[in-house]
Structures are given as structure tokens and as C-alpha cells.
Ligand binder design. Structure first.
Ligand code: GLC
Ligand code: CA
Length: 554
């Protein structure tokens, strides 16, 4: 049996580190709520939504999405000024007000920290490309052409094509792991590190409660810039919305260099000057051992490295259980995981899994031993909606063969009213078009329906909030109840004992539970029912059980 590696010290930490028991909510600013009627979500809109986040949904923290000065070719992940706000989103005064209003409601604010690259409009890059002798030349990654006259090596970008862009002015190539308008910073240059750590201090000084670190695994590349090996047969990732070029090779040398961990430890040391602040790292899916290394050798790395391997696991009970077991086995003692099964870069949960299994996934995220990170609108069961080319915002979709992620990022539907309550602007001016099903899938409609997605999420978060076992307890798989169809585990802490059964199929399932209690919550209805040692789960049903009597065997 697998047990989450918690120990007595962790139990003390659990009371102290707010993020261990928290529910994090990813808002994605331009799509969340428009506060000033121009059609684009903004900081005022987020402030106006805090009561929803806290009071209605019950989340503890918001992750905002980028709001820095930006040409917005990559939804703000192309930063042109790290210490000012993009006017479309507001200004520094409004940001300070967001912090005050969020904190007054007990909501923690997590902002994006984007260390790997900037916009090509950033003054650092404008300087860097101005001449080969500019003091900021080495702040980015410049290389001479390959001996054959082409790009320095074969690395392909996440947005498609080569990572190298030729600069006619200075006769060298610069490196961009994403769009050509997003040049990579050179983290091997100490001045770059110092400048980027100052950026971190700037936002922590303002009082943010943590950072979500963009592509944290990419900071360090192979210093010799060796060619990536070709992926024989391709390594396309069906779970990621990446350009097919990216899958043509194994990305061995353009990311994940061991030196990355030193850079992340430096980031962590700065964050540690601000007690309570959390580091959440976006790192791509990788083996559990490599994932675990991001906690740092002495837990001096990231607090919460995303385990995207889970997101990329086929939705099948045996596979999911194996991966969860792998995660807990690899996690260092004293570590704690975060879980996200969707985000602004991926297909929406209800699109990927279908509505019934998206509800099962909600139960998993909110009851497994981890900090759940939920994407706005997933609590409504929002689905992806293709966005016509002329309305697309994501420049990743503008390159030949490129894949736009806009379908995941349509506006949050608040009501059945004008523009689904998202904005008072002319519909043609909305950041992205509304989902066609906004009249049915919206906050107001779902609040009135006890069987809705939103009602399920609210109930799940209430049940979680009321249970220290679900927030902080250990996890153990219920081996007898785990089948090809069902993932079953228990969480316990002191006298509080819960069991969770997830039926990942669309057929009914019978499990040998070996314990009795009461169903606190079910994805298909039927809470309050008495639990017998042999338990019948409906098709696609997930339940949380309050255990009264157990037959624990270990
Ligand atoms: C991260 C972000 C993604 C962005 C990329 C480049 O993967 O989540 O949206 O395009 O980094 O910043
Ligand atoms: Ca606006």
C-alpha cells in the first residue's frame, strides 16, 4: 500500500503553511470579468469577483494570470515592463486595491513570475539587439550562425519552427523558446539573475502571497548548445496544444539542464525572505524522480512543482492509481504536492473527459492529498469552443500549423444576461467570443440547480474545508476496492476519516470497501446513503464517504 509521506514535522507545518490546505483558483485576467466596459477582463473585474471566489466557490487563493505591460501576443507572457501594469488591465493603484480587497476576504494572491523570457519590446532586449557591444548584449542568448550558415542548432520552438531568429542589424541569431517576439533571457549572466530577483522582490514587497513561475524547467539550457536528437516516430503529445514541429525531436538540451535547480534555489531564497510566500512552478511532464528534484535537495527548491504527468495520464483507473502512487513514492519527506488537471494551455477538463468524468476529476482534485489548482470556468463544466481565426488572440496559433489555445480561454459566463455578464461592451469587442452555451452554462443558472457542476464544486470545497483529513491527512489506497474501473483511497487525520471512490468508467461498479459510513457527497446524487462493506457505484459516480467503522488491516 502507498502512503503519502507525511511525518510529525509535516503535521506542524500543515498548520502553518496556508497553501497546504488551500484551494487555488486560476483566473486568467482578460477572460475573467471586464470592469470598465472595453470588452477585456481586468483587475477591477477581478476585484468585483472576489466575493464569488471566496463566498460562492470557497477558494482560498487566486492566481491572477499575467498583467504586466505587454504587447499581448502570448496573453501577457510576453512582458515589456516587469514593474508596471498593462493599461488594458488597470494600474498599480488598482493592483494595490486588489491586494487589500483580497486580503480583507482572506484570499491570497498569487501572481505570475515569467523569468525565462521577455517581450522583444522590453527595454532590455531593445538595448541588447542595438549592438554587439551593448552592455545588455549578453542578457539574451546570441549566437553566430552554424558553420553551414543556418541557425546555430536544430532546436525547435513550442510555437513552431526554429528557436533561432536572425537579427540583420547585428548579424547574429537570438534564441526564443516560444514566439520569436519572446527572446529568452540568459540566466547564466549574473546581472540577469540579479535583475530578475529584483523583479521578484518588487512584487513580494507589495504584498503578494506567492508566485507561479512560468516554464521554470527552461531557465538553463545546455551551455554547449548541442543538437537535440530526432524523435524517431515523433513524440507528439496528445495532451498538449503544441506545434507539431516541437514533437519532431527529443528536447534534451534546450531545457531541464541540472543547473536549473541552482537558479530556482536562488529564487526560493528570495521568496523565503517573505514568510508564508509560496513558489508554484510550472514544469513540463517528466518522470516522478525528475519532478521530485524540483523540491530541491533540502526542500530549498519549489514549494509546489506542478505534476503535469498526472494531467497527461490516460483516464483509466489502473494508470491513474499507478501515477498517483509514483508521485507519492517520489515526493521527498516534508514535501507536499499541488494538483491541476487543466489550465489555460490545455483542453478544458469537460472537453477532454466529458461531463460525467469531469465531475469525477473534480472529486479527485479536491480530495487527494494535494493543493488543488482549478481553472476558472471548470467549476461550471465549461467546454472548449473553437475561435474563428479572425478573433484569435493567441499568436501561437498564427504560425503555419500553429495551435491556438484560445478555445480554452473564452470569457467566464456569469449569467444568462448581456454578454453572459462578462462585459457591457459590444460583443464584437470582447477579448474572445463567448462560448455558445453560455445561456445554459453560467454561474447564475448553476447556482439555482443543486445538480450543477458549480453546486458539486461548492459542496466539495465545503466538505474539504470541514475535514482536516481531506486537507492535511495522510492518503492510503484502499487496495481491495481498487479495480480496473475504480480508484479508491482513504484520508485520515486523528478521528477524522474519509474514503473516496472514483468510478472512471461509464458502467456501474461494485467494490469491496470493508468499511461502513455515510455518503457525504456523490457526483450523481444520493448523499446521505448508508455505506455497506460492499458498495455499489453508479456509472461515472464518485463519492466521498464519512467513515464510521473501519476494518483497517495494517
Ligand atoms: C507557459 C504558459 C503559456 C505560455 C508559455 C510562454 O507555458 O503557461 O501560456 O505561452 O509559458 O510564456
Ligand atoms: Ca476591461
Amino acid at each position: 500500500m502507498q502512503t503519502a509521506s507525511t511525518n510529525p514535522e509535516t503535521a506542524v507545518d500543515a498548520a502553518e503553511a496556508w497553501w497546504r490546505g488551500a484551494v487555488v483558483y486560476e483566473c486568467h485576467l482578460p477572460s475573467f470579468r471586464d470592469g470598465n466596459g472595453d470588452g477585456i477582463g481586468d483587475l477591477e473585474g477581478l476585484i468585483a469577483s472576489l466575493d464569488y471566489v471566496r463566498g460562492t466557490l470557497g477558494a482560498d487563493a487566486v492566481w491572477t494570470g499575467p498583467f504586466y505591460r505587454s504587447p499581448l501576443l502570448d496573453q501577457g507572457f510576453d512582458v515589456a515592463d516587469h514593474t508596471d501594469i498593462e493599461p488594458i488591465f488597470g494600474d498599480l493603484e488598482i493592483f494595490d486595491r486588489l491586494l487589500v480587497e483580497a486580503h480583507a476576504r482572506g484570499i491570497q494572491v498569487i501572481v505570475d513570475y515569467i523569468p525565462n523570457h521577455t517581450s522583444d519590446q522590453h527595454p532590455w532586449f531593445i538595448d541588447s539587439r542595438s549592438s554587439r557591444t551593448n552592455p545588455k548584449r549578453d542578457w539574451y542568448v546570441w549566437r553566430d550562425p552554424h558553420a553551414d550558415g543556418g541557425p546555430p542548432n536544430n532546436w525547435t520552438s513550442e510555437a513552431g519552427g526554429s528557436v533561432w531568429e536572425w537579427d540583420t542589424g547585428t548579424g547574429q541569431y537570438y534564441l526564443h523558446s516560444h514566439l520569436k517576439e519572446q527572446p529568452d533571457l540568459n540566466w547564466r549572466n549574473p546581472q540577469v539573475r540579479a535583475a530578475m530577483l529584483d523583479v521578484l522582490r518588487y512584487w513580494l514587497d507589495k504584498g503578494v502571497d506567492g508566485v507561479r513561475i512560468d516554464v521554470a524547467h527552461m531557465l538553463m539550457k545546455d551551455p554547449e548548445f548541442r543538437d537535440n536528437p530526432e524523435a524517431v516516430g515523433g513524440n507528439d503529445n496528445p495532451y498538449d496544444l503544441q506545434h507539431p514541429d516541437f514533437g519532431s525531436q527529443l528536447h534534451l538540451y534546450d531545457r531541464r539542464h541540472p543547473d536549473t535547480h541552482d537558479a530556482l534555489a536562488e529564487i526560493r531564497a528570495v521568496v523565503d525572505e517573505y514568510p508564508g510566500a509560496v513558489t508554484i512552478a510550472e514544469i513540463e511532464a517528466m518522470s516522478w524522480d525528475e519532478w521530485a528534484a524540483y523540491y530541491g535537495p533540502a526542500l530549498n527548491g519549489m514549494h509546489l512543482p506542478f505534476p503535469f504527468r498526472l494531467l497527461e495520464t490516460e483516464w483509466q483507473a489502473g494508470r491513474l492509481r499507478n501515477e498517483l502512487a509514483g508521485l507519492y513514492a517520489a515526493m521527498p519527506a516534508g514535501g507536499w504536492p499541488i494538483i491541476a488537471l487543466g489550465n489555460h494551455d490545455r483542453l478544458r477538463l469537460a472537453t477532454r473527459l466529458g461531463a460525467a468524468q469531469a465531475r469525477v476529476a473534480a472529486v479527485l482534485m479536491l480530495t487527494v492529498a494535494a493543493t488543488p489548482c482549478l481553472l476558472y470556468g471548470d467549476e461550471l463544466g465549461m467546454t472548449d469552443q473553437p475561435v474563428p481565426a479572425e478573433r484569435q488572440r493567441d499568436h501561437f496559433g498564427h504560425t503555419a500549423g500553429g495551435v491556438s489555445r484560445d478555445s480554452t480561454r473564452t470569457p467566464m459566463p456569469w449569467s444568462a444576461g448581456y454578454n453572459a455578464g462578462f462585459s457591457s461592451a459590444d460583443p464584437a469587442k470582447l477579448w474572445l467570443p463567448l462560448a455558445r452555451n453560455s445561456a445554459e452554462i453560467n454561474v447564475d443558472a448553476q447556482l439555482a440547480d443543486p445538480s450543477s457542476f458549480l453546486s458539486l464544486y461548492r459542496r466539495l470545497i465545503q466538505v474539504r474545508r470541514a475535514s482536516s483529513a481531506l486537507r492535511h491527512g495522510e492518503l492510503r489506497f484502499l487496495a481491495d476496492a481498487c479495480t480496473d474501473a475504480v480508484v479508491a483511497y482513504e484520508r485520515y487525520r486523528g478521528a477524522d476519516h474519509k474514503a473516496v471512490l472514483l468510478n472512471l468508467t461509464d458502467s456501474p461498479a461494485r467494490v469491496q470497501l470493508g468499511l461502513t459510513g455515510t455518503v457525504l457527497l456523490s457526483t450523481v446524487g444520493g448523499s446521505g446513503r448508508h455505506v455497506e462493506p460492499e458498495f455499489h457505484l453508479g456509472a461515472g459516480e464518485a463519492v466521498v464517504i464519512d467513515v464510521v467503522e473501519r476494518a483497517r488491516t495494517t
